[in-house]
Design a protein around this ligand. Structure first.
Ligand SMILES: Cc1cc2nc3c(=O)[nH]c(=O)nc-3n(C[C@H](O)[C@H](O)[C@H](O)COP(=O)(O)OP(=O)(O)OC[C@H]3O[C@@H](n4cnc5c(N)ncnc54)[C@H](O)[C@@H]3O)c2cc1C
Length: 439
């Protein structure tokens, strides 16, 4: 079997198109949007909207086909008398075995983040909320909630899991969802923090947020369910918009739910609590992280590449060139540093490609996606700090973007599971420990 590391020409072509957006609608606005944290990147949003709407249409069709196939499998199992239920991530019989959709996605996101990681995050579409709906929603829910992203003006989606006392410890969520049989509604109460695109989704567009709440605090993870809360729901309050170290163009909101009422069928997956076991809904939504962690890794690599290329070009003007194929002792310390930076990013990119290729082949990638995310989050922090170090005052000055890239980098080691949490997942997967055996 031959191994091919070159991106397919069709993907390279699309990435070159994205580079035009990065160079013209992102880089020129980078500094201004970093200085004015809550201003919106309207030029970028307008340029990305048609492409994102097309992508959302394809996502909906694929999710509907998967959901229909799942229903068919469940029906077949029932009629065969096995009594089993289709496994969440079982590949539908008619699904194509290999696609390059995720490879295209990570390649585009790497390039957008090379343009500007904070601006990239303002991309219109279902976002993390859309990913959760696609992962665990029924075909009807996918259509009902995600069709809005295929037409009209820009709209955003978000996912709110983190609370003041529940970040890495997702099992400690305190937001409650109580069923009101009289009105056939769920009533949500609680507080979410650090919700990416939360304000864009709820206040600035006709979007939605997938909110994690517990229907039974005593039941732990099995009591936790994802609920779709749409813009305009009474009792949903944007309490605060964060001011941050980096990715300052990205909207990060704190949201309060004060007796927020949503329809009964806005719960994703199974509403039943099966004590002692995480529900399929919970497991399914956790599995969305297997698809989104390579995306975060790609974003990290994009920032790192921006910093490396800028540093390399600035040093080249001073006569310091990257040299390949020489033993390390024949290199200057700065040349060795540049090669190390490149190697860090290359290693992270190869891990990301592996995690993504497995995803495209519809194979399990939990280990690889956490490996890629942990490595890329750390690599981009090291690379951008080294860039500032090598460039000295030029790296530290706001005249250039290197200091900004260093600030933007760190988030990749925090959200979608911190570096430590992803390393823990890698260790569990390799050593065969459960969540309870290795904390
Ligand atoms: C800009 C930004 C955007 C975000 N967007 C979203 C979003 O859209 N939706 C959302 O739900 N959340 C979002 N988050 C929240 C993010 O996912 C959490 O901050 C992250 O999961 C860490 O949780 P925490 O902040 O509670 O930190 P903690 O869990 O309190 O962690 C603090 C430190 O302890 C370490 N630690 C914790 N547990 C362990 C352990 N078992 N072993 C070893 N070390 C451990 C962590 O690695 C970290 O270094 C965002 C955060 C930021 C900053």
């Amino acid at each position: 079997m031959s191994i091919e590391f070159k991106l397919p020409e069709a993907i390279e072509k699309q990435v070159r198109g994205v580079q035009i957006v990065a160079e013209n609608a992102m880089r020129p606005d980078s500094r201004r949007l970093d200085d004015n944290e809550h201003e919106r990147p309207t030029r970028y949003v307008a340029m990305m909207l048609p492409q994102m709407q097309e992508m959302e249409r394809a996502n909906i069709n694929a999710a509907k086909a998967r959901a229909a196939a799942k229903q068919q499998t469940a029906l077949a199992q029932k009629t065969n008398g096995h009594g089993g239920v289709a496994v969440m991530d079982a590949p539908p019989a008619e699904a194509p075995k290999q696609s390059t959709a995720n490879l295209l996605l990570v390649s585009i996101i790497e390039m957008l983040s090379w343009g500007d990681a904070g601006i990239y995050l303002c991309i219109p579409g279902g976002g993390l909320g859309g990913a959760a709906i696609q992962a665990v929603g029924t075909a009807e829910q996918v259509e009902r909630f995600l069709t809005r992203y295929t037409h009209g003006g820009p709209k955003w989606g978000a996912m709110a899991m983190t609370e003041p006392q529940a970040g890495s410890d997702t099992g400690n969520i305190q937001t409650t969802a109580t069923f009101d049989a009289a009105t056939n509604e769920w009533v949500l109460n609680g507080q979410k923090i650090f919700c990416t695109s939360g304000k864009l989704a709820l206040e600035e567009s006709d979007g939605l947020v997938v909110v994690w709440a517990t229907v039974d605090k005593k039941a732990g993870r099995s009591g936790m369910k994802p609920f779709v809360v749409e813009a305009g729901t009474p009792g949903v309050i944007i309490a605060k918009v964060e001011e941050k170290l980096g990715i300052r163009a990205s909207d990060t909101a704190a949201i309060i739910f004060d007796n927020a009422r949503i329809p009964a069928d806005n719960v994703l997956g199974d509403a039943e609590v099966k004590t002692g076991e995480a529900t399929k809904g919970f497991k399914g939504a956790m599995k969305t992280f297997d698809t989104t962690r390579p995306i975060v890794a790609a974003s990290a690599i994009g920032i790192g590449r921006a910093a490396l290329e800028f540093t390399r070009d600035m040093l080249a003007k001073e006569g310091v060139r990257m040299e390949y194929g020489k033993p390390r002792w024949k290199l200057t310390s700065v040349q060795a540093d540049l090669l190390d930076m490149e190697a860090q990013l290359r290693a992270a990119w190869l891990l990301t490609l592996k995690a993504t290729a497995l995803l495209d082949a519809r194979e399990e990638n939990k280990l690889e996606s956490s490996m890629a995310k942990a490595k890329a989050g750390r690599a981009v922090s090291l690379v951008t700090q080294k860039a500032v170090e090598l460039l000295g005052p030029l790296g530290y000055s706001t005249e250039f973007l290197v200091e900004k890239w260093m600030r933007d980098a760190k988030i990749n080691d925090i959200y979608e599971g911190t570096g430590q949490i992803n390393t823990l997942i890698v260790a569990r997967e390799i050593l065969g420990y459960t969540r309870n055996e290795l904390k």
